[in-house]
Design a protein around this ligand. Structure first.
Ligand code: TYD
Length: 135
């Protein structure tokens, strides 16, 4: 899973007035940006995700607060806690993800390689496994 899931350091301009971070096409992400969305006003106890993508690559950034991302491959599973706006989680194609334990007021920015396309989703875990095992 390690080549498909990793923390990416986002460039940071430190300033006594506050920090500034930036992302451009291919820097520090390995893809061109085609969609940007954010998850916010998340009620306590909410869980999101629960799917994988056939082709989509994403960078998840906890702009505010923190949350856990559970990542599953065929044989491995790991949980990453995201809590710094200058550290994003890159998730490549065909990785199952679940997001939970959102802190109060948390905001997750997602930068994605493709526009939203429901046919790119694998929303059923068994279908995900079968898709990965397909020759
Ligand atoms: P989904 O990707 O399932 O959210 P999460 O992984 O955070 O749980 O998307 C939730 C809904 O939003 C789904 O109906 C598709 C829709 N959506 C769009 O209309 N445009 C978008 O760019 C995205 C990412 C989702």
């Amino acid at each position: 899973m390690d080549d498909k899931v990793r923390i990416i350091e986002i460039p940071k301009i430190k300033d006594h007035r506050g920090n500034l971070s930036f992302i451009t096409n291919m820097n520090p992400i390995p893809f061109k940006i085609n969609n940007v969305f954010y998850i916010y006003d998340i009620p306590g106890g909410s869980e999101r995700g629960g799917h994988a993508h056939k082709k989509l690559q994403q960078l998840l950034i906890p702009l505010s607060g923190s949350f856990d991302v559970v990542l599953k491959d065929l044989t491995t599973e790991k949980t990453m806690n995201l809590n710094r706006p200058d550290k994003g989680l890159y998730i490549g194609p065909l990785i199952w993800r679940e997001m939970k334990n959102f802190s109060s007021g948390s905001v997750c920015l997602v930068i994605a390689s493709l526009e939203y396309d429901e046919t790119d989703y694998l929303r059923d875990y068994n279908e995900f496994i079968e898709y990965k095992l397909k020759p």
